[in-house]
Design a protein. Structure first.
Length: 177
């Protein structure tokens, strides 16, 4: 199960990176085509959808690697028992919020699918299609938070804390700047 989850987070991060690369390709193609006098229909919509997909698909990967904003500053000043309790509390709140967010976004996208809404702009496609990446990203983030919660409940160090400690041991203090 551990290997599957690690691959899921890595694949999610890779898809987010591909979305960013695709944004660059679309923007360069749009600029080149504009110079040649050719219209690239829907370039703005495509870059917007890819940007949203990149943000949401990166959530699980960045969370697991300690790259999301956390309350580590407060946690560092607590006793080990206090840190453990606060870590559980924070992960539970995050898990509940993420679960609610998944339900709300899925309901919204399902409604768009059911009502056959289409995008507005130059490129007209069913609205649910670009929105599916939001559901996937939130679902992967929810799984990542649940994964960390299980680790902490087992009194193991969370993966994001281990990643942060490894960065600091390597002399990388870039996240504190």
């Amino acid at each position: 199960m551990r290997r599957f989850l690690d691959r899921l987070y890595a694949a999610s991060g890779a898809l987010a990176a591909l979305c960013l690369a695709a944004i660059a390709v679309v923007m360069l193609a749009n600029a080149g085509m504009r110079t040649a006098g050719v219209l690239f229909r829907g370039a703005d919509e495509i870059t917007g959808w890819l940007g949203a997909a990149a943000c949401f698909l990166a959530l699980g990967h960045t969370f697991r690697h300690g790259e999301l904003v956390r309350v580590g500053l407060w946690l560092d000043h607590l006793s080990p028992r206090g840190r453990w309790a606060f870590e559980i509390w924070a992960l539970l709140i995050t898990f509940c919020f993420s679960g609610y967010m998944l339900w709300a976004v899925t309901s919204f996208v399902y409604g768009n699918w059911q009502d056959k809404y289409v995008t507005q702009g130059l490129l007209v496609i069913p609205l649910w299609m670009p929105q599916v990446s939001l559901i996937a990203g939130i679902l992967i983030f929810l799984v990542a938070v649940g994964d960390e919660l299980v680790l902490v409940l087992r009194k193991q160090k969370p993966t994001y804390q281990v990643a942060e400690e490894e960065r600091r041991a390597a002399g990388d203090f870039s996240e504190t700047v």
